[in-house]
Ligand binder design. Structure first.
Ligand SMILES: *Cc1c(COP(=O)(O)O)cnc(C)c1O
Ligand SMILES: [Zn+2]
Length: 421
């Protein structure tokens, strides 16, 4: 590598995604001219597969493609990434597909892909002198922020809707830090966070005032998928959509890898998945609109319940450019899909995974996804955090006496049931 990294690595500046106006790297997130969101730009170094493969077993193997300081891998952080890409042969057979993979994000430190975005936000925020790590969250981000701040030895302030799953509330509180539950939807919580960010200028709200840095962390899912496929892009990918940042950044990662010559220049069709109870992007896609009309969420997929998604229009751009689609599925279809993934592959995903797999099924049935093309779906979180969603779909268990007779009785009951079925 001939270029020397600056304090944000090889990032060269920020650019408005609407009007293109450029800014120096720093704590800006909105364009002062048109209020459009800002995005990190790079002056990328020469990079080879060997250099990446020799790197750490975490997202930091791609540090030169992220807005993080040199030495980031040696600084206290949660070091997420390098999660498994699972060949889903059983599930593929059930669905009539030739080649299907599940990118299993449960392997991250707090069991969702949010550790990736938070790790990058923490590294950039510390570099910019922020003293507190904060966020509004639909749950998984809360876990990730509280854990990362604990490890970095700084304060966290986390705001969540009060009706969140217990697992996600306790799974945040355990790390210490300040946890505030708010009566209202995520969109109410998000508005409060923006107001707080305005007058606490040393608080880094990871997905608000340091959002350009945070969002880049999702690119690492795309890099890993390509590397794990042997430096190839899949032909199709299905990604859950809340704010839409994950989907947009996976596509950005694929295009960067092509531009760097690290993968063949192939097109990957990108598909977005939403729950019918919160499907503003799917609705805009179906209607052929460029603007996303906000909705009030009502779905069991709480991690995806963002009624006014910041990256919604950019999701539409990506799926239209790549020949993908955005679709939505009902809560019933979500629960069925969670069971199907668990029973075929031994992977217990959260509601967002149910949304993603159910959308895969729906788009295969409608002919929009090609069953013969190599496909990846994202399992973005852990089913152990959304137990209530499946409670009604799994059979109740009652205890037996500790005797062979009682066990034999239970077995014969089981085989009678199986015969009847
Ligand atoms: C946050 C979240 C998403 C969606 O992320 P966006 O980048 O906001 O679209 C998907 N799955 C899970 C489990 C999440 O927590
Ligand atoms: Zn602008």
């Amino acid at each position: 590598m001939t270029k020397t990294p600056s304090r944000f690595g090889y990032a060269s500046g920020l650019a408005c995604r609407e009007c293109g106006q450029t800014y120096d790297l720093g704590a800006h997130y909105a364009c002062s001219g048109c209020f459009g969101p800002l995005e990190v730009c790079y002056d990328l170094p020469h990079l080879t597969r060997d250099i990446i493969e020799a790197g750490p077993q975490s997202i930091w193997r791609y540090a030169s493609l992220l807005p993080v300081p040199p030495g980031v891998a040696e600084t206290p952080n949660t070091d997420p990434g390098c999660t498994r890409l699972v060949r889903a042969g059983n599930l593929a057979r059930v669905l009539g597909m030739r080649s299907l993979w599940v990118k299993d994000e449960r392997g991250n430190p707090t069991h969702s892909f949010k550790d990736r975005v938070v790790a990058v936000a923490l590294a950039a925020a510390t570099e910019m002198g922020f003293k507190v790590l904060a966020c509004p969250s639909t749950g998984n981000l809360a876990n990730a922020v509280a854990a990362a701040a604990a490890r970095a030895g700084i304060r966290s302030v986390v705001l969540v809707p009060a009706d969140l799953e217990q697992q996600k509330i306790l799974g945040t509180a355990v790390y210490g830090g300040t946890l505030v539950t708010v009566d209202g939807t995520y969109d109410d919580v998000n508005r409060l966070a923006s107001e707080l960010a305005d007058f606490h200028d040393d608080w880094a709200f990871v997905n608000v005032n340091v959002r350009p840095y945070y969002a880049e962390g999702s690119k690492t899912i795309g890099y890993e998928i390509a590397e794990q496929l042997g430096w190839r892009l899949p032909s199709q990918i299905v990604v859950p959509v809340a704010s839409g940042a994950q989907l947009v950044k996976i596509d950005k990662a694929f295009r960067e890898l092509s531009a760097l010559g690290l993968v063949e220049d192939a097109e990957c069709r990108v598909f977005g998945a939403q729950a019918a109870g919160c499907a503003p992007v799917a609705a805009a896609f179906l209607a052929g609109h460029d603007v996303v009309q906000p909705v009030r969420p009502a779905t069991i997929a709480k991690s995806l319940a963002i009624g006014n998604p910041a990256d919604g229009p950019y999701v539409l751009d990506v799926v239209r450019r790549t020949g993908g689609a955005v679709a939505d599925v009902t809560d019933g279809e979500i629960v069925d899909a969670i069971s199907l993934l668990a029973k075929t592959e031994g992977i217990f995903g959260e509601t967002a995974a149910g949304v993603t797999l159910a959308v895969l099924r729906k788009l295969l049935a409608s002919g929009q996804l090609d069953p013969a093309a190599e496909t990846v779906i994202i399992n973005s979180g852990d089913g152990l955090k959304t137990l209530d969603a499946v409670a009604s779909a799994v059979p109740a268990v009652t205890p037996i006496r500790a005797s062979l007779e009682a066990f034999a009785e239970r077995e014969s009951l089981r085989s009678r049931k199986a015969d009847a079925a």
